[in-house]
Design a protein around this ligand. Structure first.
Ligand code: NAP
Ligand code: ZN
Length: 363
């Protein structure tokens, strides 16, 4: 069994870890660009970062122009600011959107991409990054991916390079105390999907499976809290550690057709990323079993339940689902079939299999 695994991120976890870990900001230089959205960072994380920088005699410029599903325009603007102010490093505060945008900004601050962001072959020169998640789902703080909206192809697209790994990730569940229930559930489902998809990747190995199993134990261990919408500080921390572990899984395995299909639900219907994956996940697993009986055994062994129970649990979290017209299901299946995530799955999916999953999930 392949045992390769690579995640070169220093992880500092626990309550008040940013304030207690000021020394981890010190090596990166005098001036930081702090990348965030309009609201989430103001839940205490931004103040903690500013005081950590001040404790070291460092400074930060705040760029809070990152929308959900970050655009090329917002990362180009962030890179312009980084260059104009000659910042030495980037601090990302927020969910996957600011964390991903920060990676593209840190790269474009050092590299021109004359052929465009998505065609650019990413070189090693990237500003150092410190990531502070305020959602527990994407695992972006430990992945080499930045998912940016590509309006030309009408989808979301990943840019990827080992140079995009952050240097440091601070994991403090207290920043999630302000997270609305729908975002908490959607992001937790994203992390569950990462762990499950990682186990079915062609690149899955003994180590990634180990991390996936532990991620699922932590995430599903908080299932009743997710259902009730009531969280203890320890529960928030468990969700965060679970999502970081699941991020480490996909850093090594990549994702599969669930993400490939989910991008269309997000791009064309504004379905939040994690919810899009959750809507598709159970039917994806059923289709895997149909194509290759036994292929999902290790997933359900890790979950400690069968597919019916897992589907019912997801359904209870997701609530009512919108139904899409037939022509859209066909077009989303065709789009997903071209996505590299499909070839990354150890179970071979045809366009017809993808259509079946979409039809059963949102048809
Ligand atoms: P998000 O788009 O970053 O944030 C969703 C919303 O939640 C925003 O309005 C945000 O506010 C708000 N929010 C975040 N933290 C909050 C908090 N603590 N309290 C109150 N509100 C808060 O959501 P996400 O699901 O974390 O990220 C999704 C993105 O990550 C997608 O673009 C997806 O493609 C990407 N992704 C990346 C990877 C990877 O490996 N890089 C993996 C999976 C997904 P603000 O507007 O203030 O930010
Ligand atoms: Zn995801």
């Amino acid at each position: 069994m392949d045992a390769g695994f690579y995640v070169p991120v220093r992880i500092i976890g626990g309550e008040n870890c940013v304030k207690k870990g000021t020394q981890h900001f010190a090596p990166f230089g005098q001036l930081a660009l702090i990348v965030c959205g309009k609201s989430a960072a103001r839940n205490g994380a931004l103040d903690d970062v500013k005081s950590a920088l001040a404790a070291n005699g460092q400074h930060g410029i705040v760029y809070d122009g990152i929308p959900q599903n970050p655009t090329v325009a917002c990362v180009v603007e962030g890179a312009r600011l980084a260059r104009e102010h000659r910042v030495n490093f980037v601090v990302a505060i927020g969910g996957g959107s600011p964390m991903d945008a920060a990676k593209a900004i840190a790269m474009l601050a050092c590299q021109d991409a004359p052929e465009g962001l998505f065609a650019h072959k990413i070189g090693a020169a990237v500003l150092p990054m410190i990531h502070i998640p305020t959602t527990a789902g994407t695992g972006s703080e430990v992945t080499p991916y930045a998912i940016i909206t590509n309006d030309e192809l009408q989808t979301k697209q990943s840019i990827s390079s080992p140079a995009l790994f952050p240097h440091v990730a601070f994991l403090d569940g207290k920043y999630m105390a302000s997270l609305p229930q729908d975002v908490t559930v959607n992001t937790a489902i994203d992390a569950i999907s990462h762990a499950v998809e990682g186990m079915l990747s062609v690149r899955a190995g003994g180590m990634s499976d180990l991390f996936a199993r532990q991620a699922l134990a932590l995430l599903m261990g908080e299932y009743e809290s997710l259902l009730a919408g009531s969280y203890t500080p320890a529960g928030r921390q468990n969700l965060l550690y679970g999502s970081t572990l699941a991020g480490m899984v996909i850093a090594n395995t990549g994702t599969t057709p669930v993400h490939g299909m989910g991008y269309s639900l997000t791009y064309f219907h504004g379905v939040p990323h994690g919810r899009a994956n959750g809507l598709l996940l159970a039917n994806f697993l059923k289709e895997c079993e149909k194509i290759w009986p036994g292929s999902t055994r290790k997933v359900f062994d890790a979950l400690g339940m069968d597919v019916q129970e897992f589907a019912a649990k997801l359904k209870a979290l997701l609530g009512r689902r919108k139904k899409l017209p037939e022509e859209e299901l066909r077009s989303f299946a065709a789009r997903a079939a071209k996505n590299k995530n499909v070839r990354n799955c150890r179970v071979p999916f045809t366009e017809e299999n993808l259509y079946t999953v979409l039809k059963r999930s949102v048809g």
